[in-house]
Design a protein around this ligand. Structure first.
Ligand code: NAD
Length: 320
């Protein structure tokens, strides 16, 4: 057990929904030595979730975790109420439907300890919408991970306007202790922040392919060898600060501002209509159709681990 997580020793983390995201959270929690219970009505969930967890372990080990036996730390409990009965945290990872989230939080509030942290992994359903059937509307917070959850550092914490500041502080402390990078989002907004950025960029990606400017493969290469590297090391604002020589951000904004505004005005607003989807799928198949998704995922995960580990290294001071 990591020292930052010692207060949770012997306690249970409940994962509601053992699909892609739930299994990945469970792998990460177990890697940190927590006891985990997964609750999911799928009769085949144990086989499916354990396969995903086993596939996650090599990446977790490459990130510095000790190898572990998932069966010793992860159990399954079909009944959501029993699953959360002694949980110190409930990580909800069920279907992305308002009705499901509202009903499940009503049940969890009635079944979990009164001081359990209640966190939803939702990609887009805000806490204020999910908590409508809860008696205490100060308890819920969105803890939105980025896929693959066991690797990606970011957790966006999105409180509702009624979430207790003490709940926000406890959530920050818990995910920080898991080694995540937490950022508290100051307003509820559709898609939160990271997915809004992805959607904005993806809109232009589709437009560029649709207009024949580049192919799917060329676009992927352009991103991974330019903004992908740049933004993994310095965010968009810091990158601009470093793009104007000694003048920094003020000079960059002055110099590039008019150009950026002209480009904004020319950005595409494509539709994902049948013709566009067919074009993208055809080109994507040309690019990587010969590879299995499992092989592509393993390759991507290995590269992501390399990037995450490289970025975690202490910086060597640059002396001029
Ligand atoms: N997939 C992603 O990239 C991603 C990333 C971040 C957040 N999220 C969010 O995480 C949540 C789960 O997404 P996912 O991709 O893992 O979906 P998924 O479809 O892979 O998994 C959902 C699981 O919920 C289970 N389920 C259905 N009813 C249930 C119930 N009553 N109790 C418990 N479990 C139940 C299903 O059997 C399934 O195994 C969603 O809210 C989604 O928005 C997804």
């Amino acid at each position: 057990m990591d020292s930052a997580l010692l207060e949770y020793t012997g306690k249970t983390a409940a994962v509601i929904g053992g699909g892609v995201v739930g299994a990945s959270w469970a792998a990460l929690f177990a890697a940190h030595g927590l006891q985990v219970v997964i609750s999911d009505p799928d009769p085949d969930i144990e086989r499916k979730a354990m396969a995903m967890i086993a596939a996650a372990i090599p990446s977790l080990v490459a990130l510095g975790h000790a190898p572990f036996d998932p069966a010793a730390r992860i159990r399954f409990e079909r009944d959501n109420g029993y699953a959360v009965a002694d949980a110190f945290i409930v990580q909800e990872c069920g279907p992305e439907r308002p009705g499901f989230k509202q009903a499940v939080w009503e049940l969890i509030e009635a079944s979990a300890p009164a001081d359990a942290l209640l966190c939803s992994s939702s990609s887009g359903l805000p806490a204020s919408l999910q908590q409508t059937e809860m008696h205490d509307q100060t308890r819920l917070i969105i803890a939105h991970p980025f896929n693959p959850v066991h690797l990606m550092p970011l957790v966006e914490l999105v409180p509702s306007p009624t979430t207790d500041p003490a709940v926000i502080a406890r959530a920050v402390a818990f995910y920080d202790a898991l080694g995540k990078v937490t950022r508290v989002i100051r307003k509820e907004i559709p898609g939160f922040v990271a997915n809004r950025l992805q959607a904005a960029i993806f809109r232009e990606c589709v437009s560029l392919v649709r207009n024949g400017v580049v192919t799917v493969e060329e676009l992927d290469d352009i991103v991974t060898t330019s903004v992908g590297v740049r933004w993994a090391t310095a965010g968009p604002f810091l990158s601009l600060h470093l793009g104007g020589d000694a003048g920094g951000l003020p000079e960059s904004v002055e110099r590039l501002g008019p150009l950026v505004e002209r480009l904004w005005a020319s950005l595409g607003t494509p539709r994902l209509d049948e013709q566009t989807k067919a074009l993208i799928l055809l080109q994507a198949d040309d690019s990587y159709g010969a590879w299995s998704i499992a092989d592509l995922t393993a390759t991507r995960d290995a590269k992501e681990v390399a990037v995450i580990n490289a970025l975690a290294e202490p910086l060597v001071p640059v002396v001029r």
